[in-house]
Design a protein around this ligand. Structure first.
Ligand SMILES: [Zn+2]
Length: 154
């Protein structure tokens, strides 16, 4: 698959990507997920090296909740509008489990990632763990959303 890099072991990832994943793991601790018990953390590295993290935030009115990736990306857009996002890492675990399980961004987050990328006119790397346990680094959010809907579609 063009545009994707696969790593069998965590240690094979670059030190920077390992750091980002560890920060995403830490961010999952602030997840508010009493309904799904699914704790997600996302950490994004900006072009100035700053790292912004987010966790999923649920609500009794289910659709009002927000995924970790969008919590982080919208925080970046509102607080650091002049910065671009180089990379984002996403991790998840069950509330009663310290072990992280492979997770991939949902469709809505992919759509938001795509728009971030188009807005900044620069690819955003996406780091996740595939179902087979391998780590995946996508060179661009666009690869995660083929045949996508964007501003050109309007
Ligand atoms: Zn999502």
């Amino acid at each position: 698959m063009d545009g994707f890099h696969f790593f069998s072991e965590f240690a094979e990832l670059s030190a920077q990507d390992q750091d980002l994943i560890q920060l995403a793991r830490k961010a999952s601790n602030s997840s508010y997920s009493p309904y799904s018990q699914f704790m997600v953390g996302a950490s994004a590295r900006l072009d100035d090296g700053r790292i912004i993290s987010g966790s999923n935030q649920e609500n009794a009115s289910y659709p009002a909740g927000l995924c970790a990736e969008r919590v982080a990306l919208f925080h970046i857009a509102s607080s650091y509008p002049d910065r671009s996002v180089d990379s984002i890492a996403v991790v998840a675990r069950r509330a009663n489990d310290t072990k992280f399980k492979p997770v991939s961004p949902c469709g809505i987050c992919r759509q938001v990632m795509l728009e971030v990328e188009l807005k900044q006119n620069k690819p955003m790397r996406v780091i996740l763990q595939s179902a087979d346990g391998r780590w995946v680094v996508s060179e661009s959010a666009q690869h995660l959303l083929p045949f996508s809907f964007g501003q050109d579609s309007l």
